[in-house]
Ligand binder design. Structure first.
Ligand SMILES: [Zn+2]
Length: 148
């Protein structure tokens, strides 16, 4: 079951991790969809972005719900996107696995370090449903000092 809070934490984690790694987050949103909740966190990745960085941001959502709520979500879209990235990267399997492991470790580190910021953004998201543009960059910048 994806509750509103679960989805808010998932999307907030994508956004916070992308921001803390120096990428521009353009939009974070949350909306009810039938009996469940759906959300997006849109990040701009320049062409030369290392694949591991993109993997970290993709893994951050499920990593956060796992670490914070003890409830790892299915996040099928993220898994599919991660697979697509690795396939496009066309590295040997052992190399792909190494990158995925490294990204998983970094995602856990970032989520742990920025847990308070993720919870703040998630609460804001539940209140506002969509945060974007200048208000989003101001909020993300204000959360930079919020380490747990
Ligand atoms: Zn996600």
């Amino acid at each position: 079951m994806t509750t509103e809070r679960h989805t808010a934490i998932h999307e907030a984690a994508h956004a916070i991790c992308a921001h803390m790694m120096g990428y521009e987050v353009v939009n974070v949103s949350l909306e009810p969809q039938n009996e469940r909740w759906a959300g997006v966190a849109v990040t701009k990745f320049p062409d030369a972005t290392p694949i591991v960085d993109e993997l970290v941001v993709l893994l951050a959502g499920a990593t956060a719900t796992g670490l914070i709520l003890g409830d790892v979500d299915a996040s099928g879209g993220d898994v599919r996107d991660a697979s697509d990235l690795l396939i496009a990267d066309a590295a040997p399997v052992t190399e792909a696995k190494r990158k995925l492991d490294q990204a998983g470790r970094l995602a856990r580190e970032l989520v742990t370090r920025h847990r308070t910021a993720i919870l703040r953004l998630a609460a804001e998201l539940e209140a506002k449903r969509t945060i974007e543009g200048a208000p989003l960059s101001r909020l993300l910048t204000s959360l930079e000092g919020e380490t747990q």
